[in-house]
Ligand binder design. Structure first.
Ligand code: P6P
Length: 332
């Protein structure tokens, strides 16, 4: 079954479905195929490799492929006619949608190419997206208020992983499904009909290079999971530095991903990952797959409302038993 067929079938089961969501997703599926094509040939075309002269809202150097993916996805989604407002990691403010296309009932927040510092070393990268229903009155263009909503209210969240193959993994609130792009026919085909986090796992993913910046609790937790007495035995460290790639591997194999705050430096005092278009969509997928997603205070990511478009958060997500062990530990 192709992704397009799947979306139609799923929407036909919903009495209130109007086809707007299916139409919206068809634009995203198109954009994903084009971004995948460009990522795959990036090494051959130096015009998409390397950095631009600009930096984004995060103060990070913008890679050319970042910019390309952002422009392509923005333009494809702007004209779908079912959005009222958009936000991207690459844009400081909300992305205005042209008049005539901007009174749709959905919002769209995305990270066009997460992990882009890995592009030049041919390491897996990903696009992350989050879709809400608008909050403000219909018939007018959307506002930032429409975007800043609780993660638990998302209508859809997903990621596109540009790895050894290109996959789209998404949830619409009734489980998690994965589709793999078949380049020979240009279709995303259903490859993982019901993805579930293994209940526990021996993989932990964290940038241990930041160890000296961590809180004492985080340091003792990491020391603890290295000892044999942990519930799921000795752990193995797997860390790519690309959220989508690290999350996806742990989703299939079981484990825990952590990005804590730098308690001892001003670099990331509230964590590095962005709530709206990284932590929140990944948390929706995690919980729909039977896993968990919290911040280092133990709050569920999906219960939180972003205070601003680019608000950062700490993130601990993965197999239920692993996150529960983390929570037990930090609460002691
Ligand atoms: P660090 C990539 O830049 C990113 O936003 C996530 O994809 C990834 O999980 C994290 O940052 C890696 O950060 O500090 O370990 O390089």
């Amino acid at each position: 079954m192709s992704l397009s067929q799947y979306l139609i079938e799923e929407q036909l089961k919903l009495p209130y479905a109007t086809g707007d969501f299916t139409a919206l997703m068809s634009h995203l599926v198109y954009a994903a195929k084009i971004v995948s094509r460009e990522v795959r040939k990036a090494g051959l075309l130096d015009h998409v490799l390397g950095v631009t002269s600009s930096t984004n809202i995060q103060g990070e150097t913008v890679m050319k492929l970042d910019e390309y993916a952002d422009t392509l996805i923005t333009n494809a989604m702007k004209i779908c006619g079912h959005l009222c407002v958009m936000a991207s990691e690459e844009h400081e403010n909300i992305i205005e949608i042209p008049t005539g296309y901007n009174i749709g009932k959905y919002t769209f927040a995305f990270d066009p190419l997460d992990g882009s510092s890995n592009i030049d070393s041919n390491v897996s990268i990903g696009t992350i997206f989050s879709i809400h229903l608008r909050k403000t009155q219909a018939g007018k263009k959307g506002t930032e208020e429409d975007l800043l909503q609780k993660g638990s209210l998302q209508r859809c969240a997903g990621y596109i992983l540009y790895g050894s193959s290109t996959m789209m993994v998404l949830t619409m609130g009734n489980g998690v499904v994965g589709f793999t792009l078949d380049p020979s026919c240009g279709e995303f085909l259903l490859s993982n009909p019901d993805i579930k986090f293994p209940d526990s796992g021996n993989i932990y993913s964290v940038n241990e290079g930041n160890y000296n910046f961590w809180s004492d609790e985080m340091k003792s937790y990491i020391r603890h999971i290295k000892h044999l007495e942990t519930s799921s035995g000795p752990k193995t460290l797997r860390y790519i530095g690309s959220l989508v790639a690290d999350f996806h591997r742990n989703l299939l194999k079981g484990g825990i991903f952590l990005y804590p705050e730098d308690a001892k430096s001003e670099k990331y005092p509230n964590g590095k990952l962005r709530m709206l278009y990284e932590a929140s969509p990944m948390a929706f997928i995690a919980e729909q797959a039977g896993g968990m997603a919290v911040n280092v205070k133990g709050e569920k990511i999906l219960d939180l409302i972003p205070g601003s478009l680019h608000e950062r958060t700490t993130l601990v997500t993965g197999s239920r038993k692993e996150v529960e062990e983390f929570l037990k530990f930090i609460k002691k």
